[in-house]
Design a protein around this ligand. Structure first.
Ligand code: DGL
Length: 273
């Protein structure tokens, strides 16, 4: 095996999100690839991305990518659905590192899961407006109908820690009722935060609805791509995850622990150019 490949194998995987939500993706990557070193960048000073213009999301995404690439990552995961929806192709064109987004893996899993060929997709306003999931689903199977709806209040509810409160259930009911009328059998949780709302979402959607968590699917794709490129780590005595944030590390640690289900150390505050 070429020396260059062996050296590259030991480099970290970079992951960025608009803030804390991408920890749901990091968690699945840690579970799938426990030997890998990870660097996570949460742009907590500028979250949310989901309400911003495509130009702004792309500018932020480039700055995040530039930071992670400067740390010598071997692969980039764009954990943020909004950034993946809007900026993935531009990032791929501008940087030479392999890049994986969360839209395609989620779309693929949804098409696999649906039996009646009717898929619902929920996400931020920017994700839904971009039409990214609809395009990805159509490209995989043009016979599948996609019904989308933005759920902007879900992100602040999760950040507030109201995962299973009555108010969250009522908001979910308001957003999701028409998806039930549309007779979907599969629902894509197209936002980093939504996997934490599985309980109220399941309560509204009822039994028999398949929920697709893009984070799980993305971790599988990361493994496959690294494997294909001969970049999977085969040993690591001390796997390390470093966190970088653009705002308060204390707030990130407090809310992030809810996402990861464990203590978060090794958080550094940075300024992005
Ligand atoms: N990370 C974003 C996403 O997955 C949700 C939060 C935001 O709006 O920035 O779309």
């Amino acid at each position: 095996m070429a020396l260059e490949m062996i050296l590259s194998r030991d480099k970290p995987i970079g992951i960025f999100d608009s803030g804390i939500g991408g920890l749901t993706v990091l968690k699945e990557i840690q579970r799938e690839l426990p030997l890998e070193d990870l660097i996570y960048l949460g742009d907590t000073a500028r979250v949310p991305y989901g309400t911003r213009s495509p130009e702004t999301v792309t500018r932020y995404s480039f700055e995040n990518t530039g930071f992670l690439v400067s740390h010598g990552i071997k692969l980039l995961v764009v954990a943020c659905n909004t950034a993946s929806s809007i900026s993935l192709e531009a990032i791929k064109a501008a940087f030479s590192v392999p890049v994986i987004g969360v839209i395609e893996p989620g779309a693929r899993a949804a098409v696999r899961a649906t039996r009646n060929k009717r898929i619902g997709v929920i996400g931020t306003e920017a994700t839904i407006k971009s039409g990214s999931y609809q395009r990805a689903i159509r490209a995989i199977n043009s016979g599948v109908r996609t019904i989308t709806t933005p759920c902007p209040l879900f992100v602040p509810l999760v950040e507030e820690g109201w995962l299973n409160e009555e108010v969250t259930y009522l908001v979910a009911k308001k957003y999701l009722s028409h998806l039930i009328e549309e007779d979907i059998d599969t629902l894509v949780l197209g936002c980093t935060h939504y996997p934490l709302l599985k309980i109220p979402i399941e309560r509204v959607m009822g039994d028999g609805m398949t929920l697709i968590d893009s984070a799980v699917e993305t971790a599988t794709v990361v493994r496959n791509v690294l494997d294909e490129k001969g970049l999977l780590r085969v040993e690591n005595k001390d796997p390390c995850t470093r966190f970088f944030v653009t705002d308060s590390p204390e707030k990130f640690a407090a809310v992030g622990e809810r996402f990861l289900g464990k203590r978060i150390d090794n958080i550094h505050k940075i300024e992005l150019a």
